[in-house]
Write a protein that binds this ligand. Sequence first.
Ligand code: CA
Length: 405
Amino acid sequence: MTGAEPGLMPSQVLSANRPDCDFPLNNLPYGVFSDDRGPRCGVAIGDRILDLAACEAQGLLDAGGTFAAPRMNDFIARGPDAWAAARARLTALLSPDGPRDLPLVAMAGARLHLPIRVEGFTDFYASRHHAFNVGCLFRGPDNALPPQWDHMPIGYNGRASSVMVSGTPVYRPMGQVAGPAGPEWTASRRLDLELELGAIVGAATALGTRITVDQAEDMIFGHVLLNDWSARDIQAWEYQPLGPFQGKAFATTISPWIVTRAALEPFRRAGAARTVDPMPHLRDSRPGFHDLAMGWTLNGQVMARVNYAVMHWSQAQALAHHASSGCPMNVGDLLGSGTISGPTPDQTGALLEMTRNGQQPVTVNGQPRTFLQDGDEVGLFAHAQGAGYRVGFGPCTGRVMPALP
Ligand code: CA
């Protein structure tokens, strides 16, 4: 935490002032919700949602009509000055001195939707512990990290079409896997989760335009929790030499609320120490990480806790690297951090690592477990801890369903 941490900012919504509430006035995460009316943009405050479309219609704030849309992209595309103006206005409206007749709806009675139209999804591999642990399982400790790992954020182009909001069922994928007598077509037997932080790109770059890491910092609108569901048996058979494909393509779950970069700013901190000086286009001038206590649950049991600041490559570095070839970036692009893992098994963000590729079962509610079973529910969680309050992400859950016939 930096010295700028302001303490709880009280709200007229009293449930927002509880120290264990994920959504105090300090947070103001954006999402898309519906109730008896259709999907529109809102901001979470305590156990309520402020209806931003209604606020605009009543003249309480002005975002060019973008909050009436069923996705956040149009508002995000208005740019950093509009983000700051909206945050300042919402802070005033929801403060104890704000108007009393705000259009607030109960979160418990609302349905939450995918908050953005995901333009592209790219996933990285930015935890040294995760990369090392997985590399040890398949290549041994001497060759665990590939030679480029210290020099750039390794990534692959994932699928935007299967990014889904928390609570959406996850069907076990069918796929081709290696068997003792040759390849088999089967429902995955090694279904796994990956605990990640997603970054939502809030500004576009033109074809052929490179950006610095500092510019990339200012282009990130906010963050979501992200579960990069992975079928390890499909992945193991298909991934060489072009990387993950169907083993990752079937589902990615994100949390419904976008926690803005502005809300996390007091919690900015440095990541893991680097032993290799990055190339100029990957150098940063600010600490690029946040002090986020994260973890995941399986059927309600906490399986791992880890701090996001264990990571090696920041999401701004990943974004600068992504654009470094001249690849255009779009508003609504989603970047996954890569699995967030610390040095010990109880800090690992995937069952692959935690069970050492299924060789060391873990106990979940009294049952031995290696990979995910049908009916299992995985939950991710994260918050930044302030003095007497926290900036949280809310739930990010998904239940595993049997493979579709
Ligand atoms: Ca991943």
